[in-house]
Design a protein around this ligand. Sequence first.
Ligand SMILES: [Fe+2]
Length: 334
Amino acid sequence: MGSCRTIPETIFWEINRKNGFCSGIMILFYVLHNDNFSEVEMAYKKINRNTYYIEGATNIGVYAFKNKNCLLIDSGFGRSVAHSVDTLITENGLHPKYIFNTHCHVDHCGGNVWFKEKYPGIEVFSSQEEKIFIENPAYLYYISNAAYPSRKLKVRKADVVNFTVDEGIEKINDMKFSFIKTPGHSEGDLIIITPDRVAFMGDALFSTHTLEKHALTYLLKVDDRLRSLEKIKLIDADYFVISHAPEIVLKSDLSDLVELNIQSIYTMVDEIKEICNQPVSREDILQNILLLHDMECDYKGYLVNLCSVSALLNYMLDEKILDVSVEDGKLYYY
Ligand SMILES: [Fe+2]
């Protein structure tokens, strides 16, 4: 799910070529999206001291320990991404020993199973809340389908989370990492800050590009998201890695980006309020938004967007911006 970008299939070709800016080989990914191939380059890049990231459709953090073991922050969309991540880190002399998942969405934990198969001793960390979903992938579909999903939707393979972490400081391989809880996009989103003052945000913050491209971003609980965004402004770190953005955000730019994220939610609240000037169903609200923003989506994408609309509607009910009633067998918001 990620930033609500549905990536139905990922095909990759490995190209052994050196790049001046990047360390190691660069791998090109071609992401099939709405029948169009777009090129997504995966490259291993240094951020600060022992903290690196692999730039791709989902940025993956790498913390290199002195003994050459490394911690991966998220594992990518699936097997092919995991394979490429592994190629890049082993090319750079590192051994994957730990994975921390910022949250349970498939573009963040979909590579876990591949890494577990190749490195049986690898240890996976997440929050307690996300562990439930990582280990029971069908549960995410219970949210979007209100039932067990049809076979049209492929449920990914279940994984095992070995250790759970909570907000605060935790040691991994004798190094201290900070964790900050930022629920709202998922139930137990955690930001991790490395000893090098690099914060990996997962989907707790979206980039300007994502907000410009996607009027409706994936939300689970809007009031939590708003509180989490205020909390992000206070994070004491120097570099901020957003999962779906090509550039690293510096501390000086953080507040403005957080404000943009907050405003994007209120803009959508206003838009829904306008649509609900007359009583209207949840599906009709989504149709209005999709048509207004010229958004195309497939079956899975539609259900994901419907989750976001539901989250916004529930927030608006709680805030008494809207009311709801059932008339003639139909649920209306007004
Ligand atoms: Fe996500």
